[in-house]
Design a protein. Sequence first.
Length: 138
Amino acid sequence: MRVLFTESEVPELATRLLKEAGSRKVWLLEGDPGSGKTTLVRELVRQLGSSDLVQSPTFSILHEYHAGEQIIYHLDLYRINSLEEAFEAGVMECLRGTAYTFIEWPGLLLPVLEPDFFRIKLGAAPPTGQNNQREILW
């Protein structure tokens, strides 16, 4: 599926994606820096019931959010160079339970992930005349 959207449409898009993903809890978010990965995760986390502040985990690698008893993980693997580093950072522990886990820059993990993930690609939309429009594929 391919959808064009603006930042003001992210809440509607997040609702749609949560429905499309169904029971899949591991989400892979791919896209260039500034493509809207963290903006989308912020809205997904809000819709899952958390009021925690959502920021990019680029430097910390992992953020944990809470929605009642539910834990939500947000990982950014941009600075991870090997599976060994990912294991040392605790990435695999995030994937073992039933928590929602949103992973930015997931390419390194593809060989070790279970196949039931929800994969999203974000990017700049083709020129259409609308400013700040983005494209999402899933």
